[in-house]
Design a protein around this ligand. Structure first.
Ligand code: BG6
Length: 489
């Protein structure tokens, strides 16, 4: 299937996201014949570029990630540029004239996608102008795609949501969480709901705990300014981590429609045990990296990074224990951890099953290893099932074995990038893998309690060295429950 005719307006066309993700992803869709030939892109940004400059920029951005870019000339000919002032109606009126012209030229049927790939402080203003200045006055569909962060806390998210909902209906708002576009994140549901052997065990009778780790090796890079106002909790937990929790914990939807799937996820987020202020240290651990070593190279600490306060209280690491108070999950901790400047770039989910009732096979006085199901999100994509089998030989001894399924023998080649999938979904009007407002609101109200507490109390930072798996308190978080983090490398 291919996308319907559409005009795509990218606000923030000269920015980093457009360059790294959006142009290459659109090109992939184009090359695979998934993008209708009835498409045009208007790049919108402040800089005084021309169509030619944008086309050159798009060509470059595609060619850095894709070597054999045949038809690139035809692809870039669909791109137009419009210098723009986000708060000036005149600017929108000119944009509208160009949009109408391209609508005719490419037979776009009035279908429009407005992609806001830029600083969130302008989301509300832009959405309002799109309506008041008539850019949404066509017969086709009008969809708004917005990048995170969706607000800074619940209150600001509500405010932002009000403004954009004055213009776009919930069904036409596509809030990006790029983790939902990852192949193996999408695979969580399939593994759970398409196999007879997992779902019957997927509950507190058989699962002892679930661990989700998303570690990065990079520091904050040039994003110190943004990150100082965010920290790992808002940057990763409010969105990506809680989305993975929801997918792991949700009930089977009655059908695979966006409405049914999202409403099951909402129920999980609504069942998260809310944590009182004085209990926060029992459930959450924060960290900030100091100087250390990554791949044998010395790196500076967070407080020395560009645009970061020398005494910053910002978390670059979070570990947490989430309890989902419903029938299925009562008593099963979901441990999450994420951070910058850790040992490896890796996102993995480990589902640890309970020990069998009685062990016949003591091996050197040691208990049997528990069964684990590991879902490898990135960089490898696949699943591993850890079992116990007989060790070859005379004795009835056991040995751990691993059943492996790997999705990517040639890394990066087969799996479409998250953005490619999400753009395709949005153009086709499938909002399943975008965040519904109800999910955003519940996630913020969960996270707000923690961030308010952390902001009001100065932490003893830095408390982990770059290149490590985080502060020791994160290990203690599991140890006191009788568990420990499974290694991710
Ligand atoms: C983004 C965060 O949402 O996710 C970044 O803002 C983080 O700080 C990134 O680096 C991680 O994404 P991925 O796909 O590399 O795991």
């Amino acid at each position: 299937s291919e996308t319907p005719a559409s005009l795509i307006m990218i606000f923030g066309a000269t920015g980093d996201l457009a360059k790294r993700k959006l142009y290459p992803s659109l090109f992939h869709l184009f090359r695979k014949g998934k993008l209708s030939e009835h498409f045009a892109v208007i790049g919108v940004a402040r800089r005084p570029w021309s169509d030619e400059v944008l086309r050159e920029h798009v060509r470059d951005s595609v060619l850095t990630s894709i070597k054999d870019a045949e038809n690139i000339e035809e692809f870039v000919s669909h791109f137009y540029y419009k210098p723009h002032d986000v708060s000036d109606s005149q600017s929108y009126i000119q944009l509208k004239a160009l949009a109408n012209e391209l609508d005719q030229k490419y037979c776009l049927e009035g279908n429009r996608v407005f992609y806001l790939a830029m600083a969130p402080e302008f989301f509300g203003t832009i959405a309002e102008h799109l309506k008041t200045d008539g850019l949404t006055d066509t017969n086709g569909f009008h969809r708004l795609v917005i990048e995170k962060p969706f607000g800074h806390d619940l209150e600001s998210a509500i405010e932002l949501n009000k403004r954009i909902r004055n213009v776009f209906s919930e069904n036409d708002i596509y809030r990006i969480d790029h983790y939902l576009g990852k192949e193996m994140v999408q695979n969580i549901e399939v593994i759970r709901f398409a196999n007879a052997i997992f779902e019957p065990l997927w509950n507190n009778r058989f699962i002892s705990n679930i661990q989700i780790t998303s570690s990065e090796m990079l520091g904050v890079e040039e994003r110190g300014g943004y990150y100082e106002t965010s920290g790992a909790l808002r940057d990763m937990v409010q969105n990506h981590m809680l989305q993975m929790v929801a997918l792991l914990a949700m009930e089977p939807p009655i059908r695979l429609t966006p409405k049914e799937i999202r409403s099951e996820k909402v129920k999980v987020l609504g069942a998260l045990r809310s944590i009182e202020q004085d209990e926060i240290p029992q459930y959450f651990v924060r960290g900030q990296y100091g100087p250390g070593e990554i791949n044998g190279e010395k790196v500076i600490g967070y407080r020395e990074e560009q645009n970061v306060n020398k005494e910053s209280n910002t978390d670059t690491y979070v570990a947490g224990k989430l309890m989902i108070d419903n029938f299925r999950w009562a008593g099963v901790p979901f441990y999450i951890r994420t951070g910058k400047r850790m040992t490896a770039k890796s996102t993995k989910i480990v589902i640890q099953f309970k020990d069998i009732p009685m062990n016949l096979y003591y091996k050197s006085e040691k208990n049997l290893d528990p069964n684990l199901l590991v879902i490898h999100i990135q960089p490898e994509e696949g699943i591993t099932l850890h079992l116990n089998a007989k060790d070859t030989g005379q004795m009835m001894e056991t040995t751990p074995v691993k059943l492996n399924f790997s999705n990517n023998h040639a890394p990066g080649l087969n799996t479409p990038e998250a953005y490619e999938k999400l753009l395709f979904d949005c153009l086709r009007g499938d909002a399943t893998n975008f965040t519904h407002w109800d999910e955003v609101a519940l996630s913020w109200s969960f996270v707000d309690k923690i961030s308010h507490n952390w902001e009001s109390e100065k932490a003893d930072f830095p408390n982990y060295s770059a290149g490590t798996m985080g502060p020791t308190a994160a290990d203690e978080l599991l140890e006191k429950d009788g568990f420990s983090w499974w290694p991710v490398t």
